[in-house]
Write a protein of this length. Structure first.
Length: 95
C-alpha cells in the first residue's frame, strides 16, 4: 500500500511539473513572466510580490484566472524606474 501512495504522489508531482512547464511555455509565447519568474529574478518572496500587487507597487500584471502574468515590457519599465544614478562629488567637494 505504501508503494501505491508513493506512486500516486510521484504521479501528482510529474503532473504538477508538466503543468508548470506548460504555463512557462505559454507565458513565454505571450511575452510574459510568470509569478515564479518574477520572484526568481528579484529574489523576492511570494508575500512581497503579493503585497506589491495589493499596494499598487511593482510591475503591471495580468490576472488570468488565478494566475498572475507580468508582461516583460512592464517588468523592464519597473526595473528602469528603480535605476539609481551614482553621483560623484569629485575632488573639489572633498577640499
Amino acid at each position: 500500500m505504501n508503494t501505491q501512495v508513493q506512486q500516486a504522489t510521484d504521479g501528482q508531482t510529474v503532473q504538477a511539473d508538466g503543468q508548470m512547464s506548460r504555463l512557462i511555455a505559454l507565458a513565454e509565447k505571450l511575452d510574459c513572466f510568470t509569478e515564479s519568474d518574477l520572484m526568481l529574478l528579484g529574489k523576492l518572496s511570494h508575500s512581497t510580490v503579493e503585497a506589491w500587487r495589493k499596494r499598487g507597487q511593482g510591475p503591471a500584471y495580468i490576472l488570468l484566472g488565478n494566475r498572475y502574468l507580468y508582461p516583460r515590457q512592464a517588468v523592464a519599465e519597473h526595473l528602469a524606474s528603480l535605476t539609481r544614478t551614482r553621483t560623484s562629488l569629485g575632488k573639489e567637494a572633498l577640499l
